[in-house]
Each structure stands twice: as structure tokens, then as C-alpha cells.
Design a protein. Structure first.
Length: 333
């Protein structure tokens, strides 16, 4: 398909009325309409990977449902409308659904699209054609520059400690390098599960905190109860960094690796050219289904609340941190 690019997409992020400057990371398998809608209603940006909607035709159904539920919420709460939502597209060549899912996103005019594992100008042009914006996730400064050169509107810095596929660079160092040349939208990911860390992300130079693992342990998340409890019971030292399961380096819960019959201290390396995002039906141990991704910030997770209660906790912690550090009792507009 050919798309006519809009010269300047509307500032969706700046105009969003958020409870907190937080984007809920798109979680493979886990992020489904219940979680996304709950996040947006609570005042944070909710997101899901398009590949979670299976078969492919379900993506259209999910987007219609999310739009309808958020529209009903906004009509009932005009003074506190929902936050915008986002869809994550895997741009890697292994994703044979990419063009189908992109066309569905264009059809629904998805306000924010998060792209991963590849930056392509034609994908960005398609989202810009209706005024949507593209946030591209990266693990280093070189990838960040390439994403902006290809037309991304914002960046998600996936730093050390983030759940799932994550980088190794300190969040402070990565944000500093990006801010040396980029003043546009920037989200920071990496061990953020407490309001203190949300404020720290902003202090480091980001506009948003990108929160994933804490949302897995919520009632609305489409995750097994054992997964949620494992997060509650685990700490940063229980996170294992390996590329064995998908070909891409990432962070996973040690107990889920042990449960699958593997030794987390003696894992072989995987061939990066043989990427597997959990779609191989012949795999005995599958990433995300059997091996559970998680970030290092989970020491702050001590229960399985609703999304609304989690956002309330983060907001209280964030405001307390502002008062303590900045002497600023003013609430977020």
C-alpha cells in the first residue's frame, strides 16, 4: 500500500491527560484488551503487541473493543478521560504478519505505534498518514540514531534491568547519550516498578517511564497465577540474562527456567540468526509460555493488585518522592 505522509503528526503524547508519565510496556501473550483498557482508564498509556491477537483477524476485533470501551469511559468521565493506547509491531523479517497488522492499525488510526527489532521508513510513513506517532524501542545510541533517521517520532530506551528483551547499558548513561542530540519524546525502560523510579526516569532526562513487569502481577494481566506469584516472590537477584530462548538477549525469571528442567547457571548460547518469539509449535520449551520474562525492579512488587490500585500506588510513591527530593507538593495536572 502507498501512504501519503502527514507533515507533522499531532502531539498525541503532549496532549494526553495522564495520571502519571507512564507507558505500560507491551507484554507478549500477557497484554490483552482487559489489561490495556484498565491501564488507559487508570490514566497511563496501555499497549499490546499485535501478535497477541491470534489468529490475525482477531486484531481488528480487539481494536474495535478497546476503542468502544474507552469511548464509553470517556463519555461517562468527561473530566478524566482515558489515556491513549498503543500497538506494538515487530518489524523483524521473521514476522510474516507485519503488513497485515500494519494495515489494521491504519484502518483504526491507532494513535501510538511502538516498533521493535527494526526501523523502516515505510512503516513510519503508514502511521504518519493518518496523524499517528511512532515510538521505536532501542538498546543503544546507534540504534536510536538510526530510528530517528528512518522517521520515528520518539524513542524508548530499553536499558539494563528491563524485562524481556533488554540491553546492558545503564539507564542513566543511555538517556544521557540520547539527550545529547535528541530533544523529542523519550521513554525509559529498566527496573521501574516504584514511584521513586518513575521520578528518577524523568530526572535522568526521559519524558516517560516504561513499566512492564509490575503490570504482569495485576489482576487484569493475561498471565498464569503462578507467574504472578513468582514475581511477588522474586527479587533482582532472581533475574537471568540470556539469549538462549529467542536468539535475542533478555531477562527471565530464574524459577521459571528451573521449572522447565534447565540450569539457569549453565545455559548455552543461542544462534542469533534463528530468532523465535514463541511461535514455533515444535519447541518443547517456549519463551513467554514456559520461560517467563521479567525485569530487575520486581522487589517493589509485593502483591497482585488491580491495575487501578497499582497506578494509585505508583502515583502516591511518585508524589511523595517529588516532595522529598524537590520539595514540590504540586500534583500532576
Amino acid at each position: 500500500m502507498q501512504y501519503k505522509t502527514v507533515a507533522m503528526p499531532p502531539d498525541i503524547l503532549a496532549n494526553a491527560r495522564l495520571t502519571l508519565p507512564v507507558i505500560g510496556a507491551p507484554l507478549f501473550i500477557i497484554s490483552q484488551p482487559e489489561l490495556v483498557v484498565a491501564q488507559c482508564k487508570a490514566g497511563v498509556i496501555g499497549a499490546f503487541p499485535s501478535l497477541n491477537a491470534r489468529p490475525a483477524e482477531v486484531l481488528d476485533v480487539w481494536l474495535s473493543r478497546i476503542e468502544a470501551e474507552l469511548a464509553a469511559h470517556d463519555a461517562a468521565h468527561p473530566g478524566r478521560p482515558s489515556a491513549p493506547f498503543a500497538v506494538n509491531l515487530i518489524v523483524h523479517k521473521s514476522n510474516d504478519r507485519l503488513m497485515h497488522d500494519l494495515e489494521v492499525c491504519v484502518k483504526h488510526r491507532v494513535p501510538i505505534v511502538i516498533t521493535s527489532l527494526g526501523a523502516r521508513t515505510e512503516i513510519n510513513d503508514a502511521i504518519h498518514s493518518y496523524g499517528g506517532i511512532v515510538m521505536h524501542d532501542i538498546i543503544n545510541d546507534a540504534f536510536a540514531r538510526k530510528a530517528i533517521e528512518k522517521g520515528a517520532d520518539g524513542l524508548i530506551a530499553v536499558a539494563a534491568g528491563a524485562g524481556g528483551h533488554a540491553g546492558t547499558i545503564s539507564p542513566f548513561a543511555l538517556t544521557q547519550e540520547i539527550r545529547a542530540w535528541w530533544d523529542g519524546p523519550l521513554a525509559l525502560s529498566g527496573a521501574i516498578a516504584h514511584g521513586n523510579a518513575v521520578l528518577a526516569a524523568l530526572a535522568a532526562g526521559a519524558d516517560f517511564a516504561y513499566v512492564g513487569s509490575a503490570f504482569i502481577a495485576t489482576r487484569e494481566a493475561h498471565a498464569p497465577d503462578e507467574y504472578k506469584q513468582m514475581i511477588v516472590d522474586s527479587h533482582a537477584s532472581d533475574i537471568v540474562y540470556t539469549n538462549l530462548f529467542t536468539g535475542v538477549l533478555g531477562n527471565y525469571l530464574r524459577a521459571s527456567i528451573v521449572r522447565s528442567g534447565l540450569d539457569p547457571d549453565n545455559l548455552p548460547q543461542s544462534d542469533p540468526s534463528q530468532m523465535d518469539f514463541g511461535t514455533r509449535r515444535d519447541a518443547k520449551v517456549k519463551p513467554w509460555r514456559d520461560i517467563w520474562g521479567c525485569g530487575q525492579g520486581i522487589g517493589a512488587v509485593d502483591g497482585v493488585p488491580s491495575v487501578a490500585d497499582l497506578v494509585d500506588r505508583l502515583e502516591c510513591e511518585y508524589q511523595a518522592a517529588r516532595v522529598r527530593v524537590l520539595g514540590d507538593p504540586v500534583l500532576i495536572p
